[in-house]
Design a protein around this ligand. Structure first.
Ligand SMILES: Nc1ncnc2c1ncn2[C@@H]1O[C@H](COP(=O)(O)OP(=O)(O)O)[C@@H](O)[C@H]1O
Ligand SMILES: [Mg+2]
Length: 311
């Protein structure tokens, strides 16, 4: 059995001369919560629109649930759920009516719709609000009805484009809980975000994209370690001096910034160089009060990957 829920090869899309998605190889396995992380304009929405069949790729191949996106579009659509970025729904419909319209589109029988719609409203925290018009919904409620809509056909794969954009912190926590709830049902979730913290809190896997290029894909830990973040050592001395600075600058494996009695060394090596630093400072007549490693982790990886790409 094919466990690849999403598999793209060299997926490419340009708008005019601007390459929005560039030879993207993306693999998402069954039951993952897979975050699609990148700054604004990275190419996330363009990729997602190709995944759900709203945009035609210029080149490359694309398989969803083992089916070829080009030939099997209607069959794929039955088995995936999709929430667009900032969904806009007709304001005059109530939440229930909206879900019913979508349910009919998916050919969900009336009896099933009658049972499923209240369940979904409850799941996304809109219990009791199903009879209100969407025009009266807050931004957060509109996102939630969007998530409910994406779950209507009990999809195997749920694709959410920036589900928590425009939400306040409470709304973001709620979305996070909803996503975790979805996965409990054995479904796969692929969602985009420009927020590292969000991805870190929800996902087990992450693909980082910038300028249309895949920078890294793997588990959160793999991304954090393999991306090779720059390491920093923060060094606090009793009294800064020119000779200490001189000694530190002479070290071949680091560059130095200084601020009062603190030196920050940006290490170019992965070796443990603390003893060497300590000797250099002592030889220059300095006394070290504190030596601490900073950075590392996904945040540094993300910043260094995105930063490198921008250069
Ligand atoms: N309809 C469009 N016409 C022209 N350029 C577009 C269009 N949609 C997106 N782009 C450009 O393609 C790039 C990727 O955009 P997008 O996929 O929306 O990124 P993201 O969702 O990561 O913010 C950006 O440079 C954006 O300006
Ligand atoms: Mg987008």
């Amino acid at each position: 059995m094919d466990t690849h829920v999403i598999q793209t090869e060299n997926l490419t899309k340009s708008y005019g001369t601007r390459i929005a998605v560039n030879h993207l190889n993306l693999t998402v396995e069954a039951k993952q919560i897979h975050g699609f992380l990148g700054p604004n304009g990275a190419g996330k929405t363009t990729t997602i629109k190709m995944l759900v069949g709203l945009l035609r790729p210029d080149s490359g191949s694309l398989k969803i649930l083992g089916m070829n996106a080009a030939g099997d579009k209607p069959r794929i659509r039955e088995r995936i759920g999709y929430m667009p970025e900032l969904p806009k729904f007709p304001k005059h419909l109530t939440g229930e009516e909206l879900l019913d319209v979508y349910g009919r589109m998916y050919n969900i029988p009336k009896e099933t719709r009658r049972k499923r719609i209240p369940e979904l409203l409850k799941m996304v925290g809109l219990e009791g609000r199903g009879r209100d018009r969407i025009g009266k919904y807050s931004k957060g409620m509109q996102q939630r009805i969007g998530i409910a809509q994406a779950l209507l056909n009990d999809p195997e794969l749920v694709i959410l484009d920036e589900p928590s954009i425009g939400l306040d912190p409470v709304g973001m926590v709620e979305v996070r809980d909803m996503v975790k709830e979805i996965v409990k049902g054995g479904q796969t979730v692929f969602f985009s975000s420009h927020l590292l913290a969000e991805v870190q809190q929800i996902c087990d896997h992450v693909s980082i994209i910038n300028n249309g290029n895949m920078l890294f894909t793997g588990t959160l830990d793999e991304v954090a370690s393999k991306a090779g973040p720059s390491r920093r050592l923060v060094l606090e001395v009793q009294k800064a001096s020119d000779s200490i600075l001189h000694a530190l600058k002479a070290l071949s494996f680091a560059t130095v910034n200084t601020n009062d009695n603190t030196y920050t060394l940006h290490l170019k090596t992965k070796d443990d160089v603390r003893a060497e630093i300590s000797r250099a400072v002592s030889a220059a007549g300095g006394v070290i009060l504190r030596m601490q490693e900073e950075g590392g982790g996904l945040e540094d990886a993300f910043m260094s990957l995105v930063g490198k790409e921008a250069e």
